[in-house]
Design a binder for this molecule. Structure first.
Ligand code: GAR
Length: 208
């Protein structure tokens, strides 16, 4: 498919960017056919994800949370950046800043997020990164996983697109569980969900 017929995707990151890497790899291997990662935006100038974008020749922008600590100015800058790049689909891949209803309502069904648990367990405000896996282990669940969902005004509350479960092993640490959930679930379902949503956006375009 020619690149002008693909959905322009922005990936928003804050840290290591392994989910961004999974998306880049999925684009190369053809799992993502209907979309193209055209921009990476980080709210953290130190994020290794920016190096991953550079290595894949994907343009990146930093909108520093420190510099733009006020939510409205941060989001205004983000909107300006997305519009300048004609972005149609926003993927939150380890993006650690909550977006307000003012922002999310501008992009209904056009923002997706990956969360490292089986929603509705261990999600919402305060549940991010390693904390999610610590909470899952403290509760004693035997099965966890990851969820990809649309983003609305409720943190981790939007419609679920895909989920994949992962068994919790005996003697597991939060770190080991995090790694397995990423490898067995997040890096698998995030690219698939991006392809599903991109394909739908392309079909909607054709109907118009
Ligand atoms: C991932 O496990 C992602 O699901 C999680 O942070 C990690 C980021 O890793 N996101 C959240 O907790 C959001 N609520 P990455 O930067 O290597 O992709």
């Amino acid at each position: 498919m020619a690149s002008e017929n693909k959905v322009k995707i922005a990936v928003l990151v804050s840290g290591g960017g392994t989910n961004l890497q999974a998306l880049i790899d999925a684009q190369k291997s053809g799992i993502i056919k209907h979309g193209e990662i055209s921009l990476v935006v980080s709210n953290n100038p130190e994020a290794y994800a920016i190096t991953r974008a550079d290595q894949a020749n994907i343009p990146s922008e930093i909108i520093s949370s420190k510099e733009y600590n006020e939510q409205a100015t941060f989001e205004a800058k983000l909107i300006e950046t997305l519009e300048k790049n004609n972005i149609e689909l926003i993927v939150l891949a380890g993006f650690m800043r909550i977006l307000s209803a003012n922002f999310t309502s501008r992009y209904p069904k056009r923002i997706i997020n990956v969360h490292p648990s089986l929603i509705p367990a261990f999600c919402g405000k305060g549940f991010y990164g390693l904390k999610v896996h610590e909470a899952a282990l403290a509760y004693g669940v035997k099965v966890t996983g990851a969820t990809v969902h649309f983003v609305n005004e409720i943190p981790d509350g939007g419609e679920i697109i895909l989920q994949k479960s992962v068994c919790v092993k005996k003697g597991e640490t939060a770190e080991s569980l995090q790694q397995r959930v990423m490898r067995q679930s997040e890096w698998v379902i995030l690219p698939r969900a991006v392809e599903l949503v991109s394909r739908d956006i392309i079909s909607e375009r054709k109907e118009k």
